[in-house]
Design a protein around this ligand. Structure first.
Ligand SMILES: C[S@@+](CC[C@H](N)C(=O)[O-])C[C@H]1O[C@@H](n2cnc3c(N)ncnc32)[C@H](O)[C@@H]1O
Length: 434
């Protein structure tokens, strides 16, 4: 993509909400608190509400390639070992195994309940109250989401399964007259509700970093599922994601033996600009499902189609379908901005060819498609593409009929619009070949 095009796309504002005065204060308190905790690297970073991305971090000085972006002492990271200092550890009996994500989520709920009595309240107060993952759509909205989004929302089951285990444990505690908060005597059952658990679960999902399991002190009193490698990282979790950023994370030890989690950037940033890190090579769908946002013009986006989509447009003779399936060509067939991906080209070639079967392998694995082959493939692709596009347009019409919708649902609408743009670009690329 050219620079002008990238800039045009980056300027698009995607349902970003305003930052409140309270939020602004909580972020400044968080920074001041960290400065008292030997985190001098946050000095030149300041939280800011950006037009295109919402809350993020702005640098107050020029940052050069290889500079340290942030360096947090290990004691500031919240890992499962924190539970040994928390009353809520009583919930995690040795009988069950819990995921690190579940343990951290429960910790956040409990510390949030403690309010200013929590040692972590500056961090807890900095966490966003509203999240935009599709799981936060209302049921009415979820019913309108296309299958390709619903099918990937597997986190919802984990939230429910975790909560079932927690309820079991809280009920057991109640039966034994245990599980009251030492701070206010409220029972944990009243503190850890499903709604709060879901929020906290996604807080961990969208903000935790991965660290080496060997760096986490094991807690003998609870069983944690493998891998136990998550950590919440105050302030560091204010960095937004860019696909154009590259970072390097490491654990460094100073001459006094103190450990730090450090991120170096392989990009440069001008003073007063937003600093980004990279959450990984995620396409828009994955970003939306796991992080509640996406970035337009993501080069990793592909619009998948499958055999049933082809069957709507064409008959597939059995001997051709058998060949396609036995070579796994039907998997992940997709439209991309430049036309079709490899598996889609091969499948449509097989569908279209008049050649005898013993010539097929050399054609698809020998990279020897003729112009005539390509014209046949692209003409078929255009029909399937129009079918996929109409499906998306119908979803859009239904989704846009909702008068009032949540921010998470608006993002789903934006995502489908982005998919339609990709299909249009793909169509234009297919048409360029005569
Ligand atoms: C680790 S947090 C980053 C800080 C976050 N923006 C905040 O306000 O606390 C990750 C979340 O930030 C948002 N985010 C990250 N990168 C973004 C981007 N490039 N554009 C829009 N939102 C982004 C998403 O909501 C994501 O779940």
């Amino acid at each position: 993509m050219g620079r002008t095009s990238r800039k045009r796309h980056q300027k698009k504002k995607l349902n970003i909400k305003e930052i409140t005065e309270n939020e602004e204060h909580s972020l400044m308190y968080l920074k001041s608190w960290l400065l008292t905790k030997n985190c001098s690297s946050v000095y030149n970073l300041t939280p800011f509400n950006f037009f295109t991305t919402g809350r993020g971090l702005k640098t107050l000085k020029d940052i050069k390639i290889n500079d340290i972006l942030i360096k947090l002492p290990y004691e500031i990271l919240i890992t499962t070992s924190i539970l040994s200092q928390s009353n809520v550890s009583i919930l995690f009996s040795k009988i069950q195994y819990y995921s690190a994500q579940c343990v951290l989520a429960v910790f956040i709920i409990y510390e949030s309940h403690l309010g200013n009595a929590s040692k972590w309240h500056y961090y807890i107060n900095s966490l966003p109250r509203n999240l935009t993952n599709p799981d936060f759509c209302t049921q009415k909205e979820k019913n309108l989401l296309p299958k390709f989004i619903i099918d990937y929302m597997d986190e919802f089951h984990k939230v429910c399964n975790d909560f079932r285990l927690l309820i079991k444990s809280m009920n057991n505690l109640k039966l034994n007259g245990e599980g009251h908060c030492s701070h206010c005597n409220l029972h944990l059952k009243k503190i850890i509700t499903f709604e709060k658990y879901k929020w906290a679960y996604y807080i961990v999902n969208t903000r935790a970093i991965y660290i080496d399991e060997a760096e986490i002190e094991t807690n003998q009193n609870i069983n944690i599922k493998y891998p136990n490698n998550l950590a919440l990282a105050p302030f560091l979790d204010l960095f937004n994601h860019s696909i154009y950023s590259t970072t390097h994370a490491s654990v460094v030890t100073n001459k006094n033996g103190n450990k730090f989690y450090q991120i170096n950037t392989l990009n440069s940033f001008n003073s007063e600009s937003q600093v980004f890190i990279n959450y990984g090579a995620h396409n828009s769908l994955k970003l939306y499902i796991h992080y509640g946002f996406f970035i337009p013009y993501n080069p990793l986006d592909e619009i998948y189609f499958d055999i049933s989509d082809i069957k709507v447009c064409f008959d597939i003779p059995k001997f051709k379908l058998d060949f396609i399936i036995s070579n796994n060509l039907q998997k992940n067939m997709a439209f991309i901005r430049d036309g079709l991906n490899y598996n889609a080209i091969c499948t449509l070639f097989i569908m279209n060819t008049q050649l005898q079967r013993d010539h097929w392998n050399i054609k698809i694995y020998g990279n020897s498609l003729t112009s005539e082959d390509k014209i046949g493939i692209y003409n078929m692709a255009k029909l399937i593409l129009n079918f996929k596009k109409n499906e998306l347009l119908n979803h859009l019409i239904n989704m846009k009929e909702l008068k009032y919708c949540t921010q998470c649902f608006s993002i789903a609408i934006n995502l489908i619009e982005e998919y339609i743009t990709i299909l249009n670009e793909s169509y234009n690329s297919l048409c360029m070949f005569h």
